[in-house]
Design a protein around this ligand. Sequence first.
Ligand SMILES: C[S@@+](CC[C@H](N)C(=O)[O-])C[C@H]1O[C@@H](n2cnc3c(N)ncnc32)[C@H](O)[C@@H]1O
Length: 217
Amino acid sequence: MPLGRLTSAPPLPAERARVADEVRGFLPGAEADALRSAAATYLRPGGVAVEIGSYCGKSAVHLGHEAERVGARLVTIDHHRGSEEQQAGWEYHDASLVGPDGRMETLPFLRETLALADLEGTVDVVAARSPHVASWWSTPLDLVFVDGGHTDEHATADYAGWAPHVRPGGALVVHDVFPDPADGGQAPYQCLYLPALADGFVEVHAEGSLRVLERPA
Ligand SMILES: C[S@@+](CC[C@H](N)C(=O)[O-])C[C@H]1O[C@@H](n2cnc3c(N)ncnc32)[C@H](O)[C@@H]1O
């Protein structure tokens, strides 16, 4: 889809592109390009972006690259125990991500990804539950990317916790928005996307299941 009001981001340099392509994750190429363009549009020098749902770092490489380019920071938050649908027996389970104690453990993979992409100087890793961090957070944010838990409870908490921190003129970017239930789970659509529109955020771009919503200045 044409980028409309978004500034087109340059492609990732070859080595970072290789890391982003090879790491496990859930972000198709066109959505990754749109995410980088959202970051190119909203991130300001000295600004901060927050990502909910690091997993193994695929989206963090894309966002982190743009943060580095403009002189901003990315804080990526994940408890690293996997979402409901990533647990054993569920659709998105990956047995190679189970730690020695039998629980999901993606933090080492995220750290390896950031090291390989040479982004440890720009991306701050927070291993914690999203609502816990939101409860003490106070820095206005240029961009919030929500790609965390996909239950109503988690999506509702992510909206309540993080939308208020988006600065005027900044962006809330939501992944896995499916208006038609036949296409996917409804929580990001019902509990993040629709409440944001109701609160005055304006949709400026859509790519696949990614939605870029701007808070009016
Ligand atoms: C769909 S994956 C994220 C994919 C990632 N953005 C990528 O590019 O591959 C969702 C992640 O959200 C994390 N998560 C789910 N609920 C969470 C919560 N309440 N707080 C922090 N992380 C959470 C899971 O551990 C999982 O790693």
